[in-house]
Write a protein that binds this ligand. Structure first.
Ligand code: HEM
Length: 429
């Protein structure tokens, strides 16, 4: 791939220096990043951003190539805290026996290959099939609560999408799903996000540190419970596999549990919310899935392409290398803009157009690519499919009720709407 950028001399100073306006790219602002993405792809597809110390990679082929080349580009920094852990939080976590490193996403082969093989075996279509009726009942109950409101107004994110993925994952791993337990996990998970992607003072980190200690202790208990009592769930499957000789220890299984809840819940809440938001915003395409629910699966791939839950993910260069002719020094950290890659005209014709009939939507990079490709992609899509099937059949007249446009949370990686307010015609619901 040839690029017209200057690549002589010091790599950082010349090859990838950004103009003052960074082509309009604001790393934490997710309200409408797409015009800036287009400019980046056009003008500087590999840009060093001195505000975050990250090389920002925005073209489809480059993003995919980096995901694919795990030997050069390590995922070890994918979820490292953006703010250093403070001394008090560090002490609390040390005293509390908090020893988790990563379930899978930051690990490297051969360790990653060994652990992923065990996890993959437990992530069977049969496991998901068993969950399906529970997911459907859960969505139906949410819709009934929506329809029972005094006025025909709801927030799809809060009223349908918020707790569903948590309950699904808790069921999957063999945990209780009473409201207190769900709330407890939500709190733990919020603490995990805060300790990873927020800019907290040492003082502010303290309650989160206590939460993480509790969360990790619970993951270890779940593994022990699976040894003692067995069970028909993912944790028990992995423990049985271990007892039958699979190479995975209890600490690694507990680390996987620690990761799963987090990996799978907010991303899926966002996917369901985005699916409803984008489809209603393109009314004729909502009507098309109302008329023919068989179109829903393809529509979900297009939502993932057009408005993914994770728009950027990190990697680290393990040696001096280059991307599209731009030198990347050893140790450099990269930000792969999947949200931009997914709209690259070189891969997706009329990339900014939402079209559920698009033939290659599945080539999106919203679940990553290569050895770390999202393990839970089928589960995320299953939950979204059921949510759309139930919503389109129960409330076909659903309409977006967001006259001002929907604001998105600040984040460098996730693109999460604050809410998705809707209304409907009571007579026909
Ligand atoms: C819309 C929902 C989801 C999105 C957008 C998403 C996205 C991603 C992305 C971008 C990665 C990193 C890929 C890479 O580094 O190459 C990933 C990895 C992962 N995801 Fe998901 N995910 C979703 C749902 C889920 C669910 C429901 C689960 C589990 C139940 C899950 C479990 C995982 C795991 C375990 C990994 C690490 C895989 C590895 O490193 O081998 N994800 N996901």
């Amino acid at each position: 791939m040839s690029r017209t950028q200057s690549v002589g001399g010091c790599p950082v100073a010349h090859a990838a220096a950004a103009p003052a306006d960074h082509h309009g790219y604001e790393p934490f602002n997710q309200n409408d990043p797409f015009p800036a993405y287009a400019k980046l792809r056009q003008e500087q597809p590999v840009m060093f951003d001195e505000r975050t110390n990250l090389y920002v990679v925005s073209a489809y082929d480059d993003v995919k190539a980096v995901f694919e080349d795990w030997e050069t580009f390590s995922s070890e920094n994918a979820q490292s805290p953006v703010t250093k852990r403070g001394p008090q939080a560090t002490q609390i976590m040390k005293d509390g026996g908090f020893t988790v490193y990563s379930g899978l996403s930051a690990r490297r082969p051969p360790e990653h290959t060994r652990i992923r093989a065990v996890a993959q075996k437990a992530f069977t279509p049969r496991r998901f099939k068993v969950l399906e009726p529970m997911i459907r009942d859960n969505v139906r109950a949410s819709i009934e609560r929506m329809l029972a409101k005094d006025t025909p107004h709801a927030d799809i994110l809060a009223d349908v999408a918020y707790s569903l993925p948590t309950i699904t994952i808790l069921t999957l791993i063999g945990e209780d799903t009473d409201p207190e337990t769900v709330d407890q996990y939500k709190r733990w998970s919020d603490s995990r996000a805060a300790m990873t992607w927020s800019n907290l003072s040492d003082e502010e980190q303290i309650p989160h540190a206590h939460n993480l200690v509790e969360y990790w202790a619970r993951c270890r208990e779940l593994v022990q419970r699976a040894h003692d009592e067995g069970g028909d769930n993912l944790t028990a499957d992995m423990v049985r596999d271990q007892e039958n000789g699979a190479e995975i220890d209890d600490h690694e299984i507990a680390s996987l549990l620690y990761s799963l809840l987090f990996a799978g819940h907010e991303t899926t809440t966002t996917l369901i919310s985005n699916a409803v938001r984008v489809l209603l915003d393109h009314r004729e395409q909502w009507d098309a899935i109302v008329e023919d629910p068989k179109k829903i699966s393809k529509a979900i791939d297009e939502v993932l392409r057009y408005s993914g839950s994770i728009v950027a993910w990190r990697r680290k260069a393990l040696k001096d290398t280059e991307i599209g002719g731009v030198p990347i020094p050893e140790g450099a950290e990269l930000l792969l803009l999947m949200g931009s890659a997914n709209r690259d005209e070189e891969r997706f014709e009329d990339g900014d157009t939402f079209d559920i009939a698009r033939s290659n939507a599945r080539e999106h990079l919203s679940f990553g690519f290569g050895i770390h490709y999202c393990l839970g992609n089928m589960l995320a899509k299953l939950q979204t499919k059921i949510a759309l099937e139930e919503l389109t059949s129960a409330i076909p007249t659903l309409e977006l009720n967001e006259p001002e446009g929907i604001p998105f949370r600040e984040s460098i990686s996730m693109r999460i709407p604050h809410h998705v307010h809707v209304t409907w015609n009571e007579a026909s619901a």
